[in-house]
Design a protein around this ligand. Structure first.
Ligand SMILES: [Zn+2]
Length: 180
């Protein structure tokens, strides 16, 4: 897979196909989006919202969740706001998300099948504050998106003038509906 990508990349650069993507690091729509990493959204999400290269800061993870108030999502948002001029944050979850009803017990069983030992699990328990809770998904995407929006809104390091919205996308049609 990487080999194919390298070959493609060589040709891409040679043909100067990068020219249509040229922009700078400042998001022209002054917006940051936290979205799910779901493969159905990779091209669909920017296409359905009319976004082109350079328009937004796009932060992705499993489920579009802020799992920790001082984790990497908030870190990225703080950089986006203070260094890159972001004034609006959209949290975009989607229907049929893999994080919905994720079963941490089953996941831990799969870890065991991949050679992870109980000692490794126990060590991670301390670092995560309980691995089962850390791995857990959510029951309801509306609640998950609102929960993330609330964490961002209430965050002491996020300025109050930042507009924060929660949306849910249909992963087939790209249609969005607003939650918060
Ligand atoms: Zn998802």
């Amino acid at each position: 897979m990487l080999k194919e990508m390298f070959e493609y990349n060589k040709q891409f650069v040679k043909d100067e196909r990068y020219k249509e993507f040229q922009t700078d690091k400042y998001p022209s729509k002054k917006t940051a989006i936290l979205a799910c990493m779901d493969t159905r959204l990779t091209s669909l999400l920017p296409a359905a919202l009319g976004l082109k290269n350079g328009d937004v800061k796009l932060i992705k993870n499993a489920g579009a969740v802020v799992s920790h108030p001082y984790g990497s999502v908030i870190h990225s948002l703080i950089i986006s706001i203070y260094e890159l001029g972001v004034e609006e944050v959209l949290v975009i979850g989607h229907d049929d998300c893999g994080m919905q009803n994720l079963n941490s017990e089953k996941l831990i069983k799969k870890m065991h099948e991949h050679g992870i030992t109980d000692v490794d699990i126990a060590r991670s328990d301390g670092a995560t504050g309980g691995i089962e809770d850390w791995l857990v998904g959510f029951q309801n995407v509306e609640e998950a998106v609102s929960g993330s929006v609330e964490i961002i809104k209430a965050h002491p390091l996020i300025p109050k003038n930042i507009r924060i919205y929660g949306l849910i996308m249909n992963p087939e049609t790209g249609e969005v509906r607003q939650v918060v």
